[in-house]
Design a protein around this ligand. Structure first.
Ligand code: ADP
Length: 581
């Protein structure tokens, strides 16, 4: 096409040049011919006047002398000389016999000369048989002739004209050839610049960064180059903005916990984020073009997608997915663009929500269950008292004591529940102060000593030295009290030993007992709320099932950890560590 553009340019220029040069040559030839003819006429007029002047002197000459003068004038000027009388009769002629010539009174040049002007004409001479140019002038004074006419064969002028035309044609052809070469060079250069612009445009189109068009020379093509460069800059800026926007979107999608995927009309993945594959338990990420059935084998989801393709709005369902571990998800499918048949599938992971919900339900059931026993007991004993028990002096005190014990149990339960609620509040804070763990341990050991002695148990605090840390005094006392309470409560023989120590970073404390120990299967669960190894025994001992859960919460709030080492039948060791800071 460019080739043809170059050819077309060259052809058009050449054609214009050819026509212009032909026109020029034509006009030149006309001007030359007119110029030659004018010059020749002037020369003939001069010759005629000179002959007239010469004849002036020989006005009275004999016919022979006149003939000799005419012959001399003819040979001097190379022109035929004719003398014509006022009535048009030929008086003498240098090349013909005057008597044989017809009357010249009607010849245009003679008519003009008789009227006193210089007369001119070009025509074929019948007497000589050639084309002649005639110029006639009036005689200077009255003579036998009134007009002196000279004539020259046109052949001479024409020969001159032809040679002039040849020279002009040669010049025009040379100019034409030079112009063709110039036109070829110009069209070649023009086509090359257009080709260069085309190359740059396609490089810009393919997104090449450094593609720049020539802006010089600053003609239309130069300006087109500048416009291309501007367009390329704007394109790059827009492309960068779009890429930035796309990256941001990808980033958001990639870091979303919800699984998001776009599926085409044939259920192939158009785009899917990492969470989508993860929620479905797919081994590889959902790559574009992958059939959905390869990402997830879930008939329920496939059914949901099929419904979304025909439903007018959003279709959603709560599903249990069996990816490596069980997941509970809410799947929402919509068609963002009805025309294209694509479906947007969003999976919300509700596993944690469901777990928290189940814990809440279990908790309510557990609390109700824990409350029911003492309340039933309270009601039973109160009714017994009302139904005559008050009159039974021997047993009524016993009944009232049971009522008090059950009320205390209720009190303990409510206190522990309040403590837990307080600790679980998101804004639960600590009133931290500098304190010595050993001082706290000594105080709590002293508190529990009486209870231990009542059960025939030893209670020792080993080691010495300060163990300073920053902690909430009341809560830390609660931790120690709960651990000591359990140790004393569940140990029947032997004793309880409390040890403590620390390094630059943290302090630790162990409460060791010689009690029944805790079975290995139960050990990971003893810190759960209401979890008891031996329910009846715990209740008998006035336990609420919340003590260790409270311990775990408080230690965690301090940034520490609690652990249990226990062998069934060989006692237990509860250890907690707290950072000093
Ligand atoms: P409780 O109020 O029942 O003692 P905890 O949360 O303090 O509740 O303890 C949970 C369970 O862990 C107890 O019911 C008991 O079965 C077991 N347990 C706790 N401490 C000991 C211990 N020192 N020796 C044996 N079993 C223990």
């Amino acid at each position: 096409m460019l080739q043809s553009l170059r050819a077309r340019l060259f052809l058009a220029t050449s054609l214009v040049l050819l026509v212009a040069m032909a026109g020029l040559l034509f006009s030149l030839s006309r001007v030359e011919r007119a110029w030659l003819s004018d010059r020749n006429a002037d020369a003939l007029a001069r010759s005629a006047r000179e002959v007239a002047l010469v004849l002036e002197r020989t006005r009275e000459a004999s016919p022979d002398t006149l003939a000799a003068v005419l012959a001399a004038a003819d040979s001097a000027s190379g022109c035929r000389v004719t003398l014509i009388a006022a009535d048009g009769r030929v008086v003498a002629d240098s090349r013909a016999d005057a008597g044989s010539l017809e009357n010249h009174g009607d010849r245009p040049e003679v008519v003009a000369a008789l009227a006193g002007r210089i007369g001119m004409d070009v025509r074929h001479s019948h007497s000589l048989g050639v084309d002649l140019q005639y110029v006639a002038v009036p005689a200077l004074r009255p003579s036998p002739w009134a007009v002196v006419r000279v004539a020259e064969p046109l052949e001479i002028v024409r020969a001159l004209d032809r040679s002039l035309l040849r020279v002009s044609a040669l010049a025009v052809v040379s100019v034409l050839l030079a112009s063709f070469v110039l036109a070829f060079w110009v069209s070649n250069r023009f086509a090359a610049r257009v080709r260069a612009l085309e190359t740059v445009a396609s490089r810009i189109g393919s997104g090449e960064e450094g593609a720049r068009a020539l802006e010089l020379p600053s003609d239309e093509l130069g300006r087109l180059g500048a416009a291309l460069n501007r367009m390329s800059g704007e394109l790059r800026a827009r492309l960068r903005a779009l890429e930035h926007e796309r990256d941001e979107r990808e980033h958001i999608l990639a870091h979303m916990t919800d699984g998001v995927a776009m599926l085409d009309a044939g259920n192939h993945v158009v785009h899917g984020n990492a969470s989508f594959a993860e929620l479905l338990g797919a081994v590889a990420p959902a790559m574009p073009g992958m059939p959905f059935s390869e990402v997830a084998r879930s008939p329920e989801l496939e059914d949901l997608l099929a419904r979304a393709r025909v439903a007018p709005g959003v279709v959603e369902a709560d599903l249990r997915l069996w990816s490596p571990r069980q997941r509970f998800v809410r799947a929402v499918a919509t068609r963002p663009d009805r025309e294209r048949g694509e479906v947007l599938l969003v999976l919300h992971d509700l596993t944690e929500v469901e777990r928290v919900d189940r814990i809440r339900q279990d908790f309510v059931a557990n609390v109700s269950h824990e409350l029911r026993t003492p309340l039933t007991s309270l009601r039973g004993y109160a009714e017994t008292l009302l139904d005559g028990g008050l009159q039974d002096e021997a047993r009524r005190e016993g009944f009232v004591r049971v009522i008090r014990d059950q009320a205390e149990r209720l009190q303990a339960l409510v206190d522990d529940l309040l403590s837990l609620a307080e600790l679980e509040r998101p804004e639960a804070g600590l009133r931290a102060e500098r304190l010595d763990l050993r001082v706290l341990l000594a105080r709590q050991v002293a508190v529990f000593r009486a209870a231990a002695e009542r059960s025939g148990l030893s209670l020792e605090l080993e080691g010495g030295g300060e163990l300073e840390l920053s902690a909430d005094r009341a809560r830390l006392e609660q931790v120690i009290a709960n651990l000591l309470d359990n140790a004393v409560k569940y140990t029947e023989r032997g004793g309880v030993t409390v040890r403590a120590g620390g390094d630059a970073r943290m302090v630790w404390c162990e409460v060791e007992d010689t009690g029944p120990g805790i079975p290995h299967d139960d050990q990971p669960r003893v810190f759960e709320r209401f979890y008891r190894v031996d329910k009846a025994r715990s209740r008998d001992k006035g336990g609420t099932g919340l003590g260790l859960s409270i311990v775990k919460h408080i230690v965690a709030l301090h940034g520490g950890e609690v652990a249990l080492r226990s062998e069934p039948g060989a006692g237990s060791v509860f250890r907690f560590e707290l950072p000093r800071g």
